[in-house]
Design a protein. Structure first.
Length: 366
């Protein structure tokens, strides 16, 4: 099997990972959806959500199980079983169990809030710390980061570990909080994973196959999750997908692709990360608990400005792709051009946030 795997070209391995994960999600959904209906494992909708979301109450959730099954199988089939691959699988499955426990408490135990915030955070921190330790001692990661504008690496010492934990945990929660419209989380993660696969091409075949499997699984899940959704991924899916992409970047040390392992998730997953950052600032300005949900997220604002759910989701796909292109551009341009790209992105984000009023109070709901 190993010899056969080595005989495959990187392009074919990439394609097979995508197709295998896609097929597994599509076929498993045929049996998994009726099972969830029989078990009555439906989504409960919080009262503080938009009024239009209340009609989704009872839609089967925990669909992230299909994504986990697909990505794990495709990775084991087409990614070389290196320490890097096994560590990535550990991150993936560890966060899946955390998300599954959260959904189980919500759906089966009928506790709408699921795990306590501190319980989720402790679990995420534990996985992040194990990732750092293995990366440090088995993969030889140092404490330097690539600074695109300066064109050199900087050794930031112990702050590197703080930064890695912040990126891993923050990205995971960003994708989770952005999962507010049908198809939004799956689509934005698929777009980000596509750019990850491109950045990893020629540098790490195992993580490239892993990224490809995520693309296939998310695209397959969209068949069931596009508006009007027949199933939700739940925290089982949304919470670990962001963590997984950030983990791939950190574990794979994408610095070898002339970029920084910690800049890539920020740009490729720029949309959910910025939306979460704005949510924290907005709630702090309005003297509200940071972890308490509100109705001011980007998708809420777009709906309030007259966009349909499909239009809002498609627009956010396009924005995610633009962020991914910016991540690619930073790997191929001069220092001056990189600085200009960063400034233009920052200006566009600021103007867009002001225009939509994301930092203000909650948007009127429909």
């Amino acid at each position: 099997m190993e010899a056969l795997l080595e005989s495959l070209s990187p392009q074919l391995r990439l394609l097979l990972s995508v197709v295998t994960a896609l097929a597994i999600v599509l076929f498993s959904g045929v049996y998994f959806l009726p099972l969830l209906h029989r078990l009555k494992y439906g989504q409960s909708i919080r009262e503080e959500g938009p009024a239009s979301h209340q009609q989704k109450s009872g839609t089967p959730t925990m669909g992230g199980v299909m994504i986990v099954l697909a990505v794990t199988a495709a990775t084991l089939l087409f990614a070389p079983l290196t320490v890097t691959t096994l560590l990535a699988l550990f991150i993936f499955l560890g966060h899946f169990l955390l998300g599954f426990a959260d959904d189980y408490i919500k759906v089966v135990k009928k506790r709408n809030l699921g795990l306590r915030a501190y319980q989720k955070l402790l679990g995420q921190l534990g996985i992040a710390l194990v990732t750092i330790l293995i990366g440090r001692h088995l993969l030889g990661h140092d404490t330097s980061v690539w600074a695109p504008v300066l064109g050199t690496s900087l050794d930031i010492g112990a702050w590197y570990y703080v930064l890695v934990v912040f990126v891993l945990v923050g990205t995971s929660n960003a994708v989770n909080l952005t999962d507010g419209l049908d198809g939004l989380a799956a689509g934005t993660v698929a777009v980000a994973a596509l750019f990850y696969a491109i950045l990893l091409y020629g540098t790490d075949s195992s993580l490239m196959a892993f990224s490809a499997a995520i693309i296939g699984a998310c695209v397959g899940f969209l068949w069931y999750n596009h508006h009007p959704a027949r199933i939700f991924m739940g925290d089982t899916g949304s919470m670990f997908l962001g963590f997984m992409l950030a983990g791939i970047s950190v574990v794979g040390a994408v610095k070898s692709a002339a970029t920084i392992a910690l800049i890539v998730p920020i740009l490729a997953l720029g949309l959910p990360i910025l939306d979460t950052t704005f949510a924290i600032v907005r709630r702090a300005r309005n003297h509200r608990p940071i972890f308490k949900p509100d109705k001011g997220h980007l998708h809420h604002r777009l709906l309030a400005h007259g966009f349909t759910q499909k239009q809002a989701v498609l627009l956010m796909y396009v924005v995610s792709a633009l962020f991914g292109l910016c991540a690619l551009a930073l790997t191929a341009v001069s220092i001056q051009a990189a600085a200009l790209i960063i400034l233009l992105v920052a200006a566009a984000v600021f103007v867009g946030a002001r225009k939509l009023g994301i930092l203000g109070m909650d948007a009127p709901q429909k």
